[in-house]
Design a protein around this ligand. Structure first.
Ligand code: PGA
Length: 261
């Protein structure tokens, strides 16, 4: 696992956007796994700026969703489908046809989960998956004690995650669904490159447990330790509880520039 400590969220967004641009220059139809939440927004802003500046062509890129609420009506502005369309697909000028996601409105949720795992495999698998991290260490909506081998499935959100996400629902926790569909940890680990971005003091404990703690279902993001190409990008605040912070800084400062992320 590589840990890169950046000055702030903007620098993290720029670094990851450049890694995505590099990937798209090598593989123009790459499948990009995107995450929702506040953390990845600087990545999408930086990538959109590169597209507008003509630095990268995203016209053949494809986008895959990480997770989704169950039971929000189709087109609800806070469904993750609407969110990804608004924050990623539209600013990048992609067609909604370039977008894959699980159906959170399906009557048969289990079938929708299995169909999504199949669709990801048929699309050739995710090339680069952007991840955020919950204060409880979740990735996607794999809450603590999710199986490290899990596939896409329905999960029940913890109260903490519903409290964290109430800000997207007028601050009203009662509007936050209890259930979600999420790519499983096993599904996420199939992506060719995992890039987790964490910013702010509130993520420092989860980041330390992910990077320096044991691999444990209690900290779902610690599964990144099992992946052959995982990058954790953190700002100074989110890095503040890493014992090996100086080592990570030293390693990144001395990395050959051709190596990329
Ligand atoms: P956040 O969410 O980026 O809004 O903090 C992260 C997550 O819950 O995965």
């Amino acid at each position: 696992m590589e840990v890169v400590i950046v000055q702030d969220a903007k620098a993290g967004g720029e670094l990851i956007a450049e890694a995505i641009a590099d990937l798209l220059r090598r593989k123009p139809d790459a499948l990009l796994g995107v995450a929702t939440g506040s953390t990845p927004l600087p990545v999408y802003d930086a990538l959109t700026a590169k597209v507008r500046a003509g630095a990268v062509d995203v016209s053949r890129a494809r986008i895959a969703q990480l997770d989704e609420y169950v039971g929000l009506p189709a087109g609800h502005p806070e469904s993750y489908r609407s969110t990804v369309l608004r924050q990623v697909v539209e600013p990048l000028g992609l067609s909604p046809d370039a977008f894959l996601g699980p159906d959170g409105t399906a009557e048969d949720v289990q079938a929708a989960c299995e169909a999504y795992d199949r669709a990801l495999a048929e699309a050739g698998g995710v090339d680069l998956q952007i991840l955020g991290i919950g204060t409880d260490g979740h990735i996607g909506f794999n809450e603590p004690c999710s199986s490290l081998a899990s596939r896409t499935r329905i999960k029940t959100l913890t109260e903490q995650t519903r409290i964290d996400n109430a800000r997207f629902f007028d601050g009203d926790i009662d509007q936050v669904p209890h259930h979600v569909i999420t790519q499983g940890i096993g599904t996420i680990l199939e992506a060719r490159h995992l890039v987790l971005l964490a910013t702010g003091e509130g993520k420092a404990d989860a980041v330390a447990a992910t990077v320096e703690g044991p691999v444990a279902a209690l900290v779902p993001a610690s599964a990144l330790q099992l992946h052959p190409h995982a990058t954790v990008v953190v700002d100074e605040a989110a890095a503040s509880k890493l014992k090996l912070a100086d080592y990570f800084r030293h390693t990144y400062a001395n990395k050959p520039s051709w190596q990329g992320l």
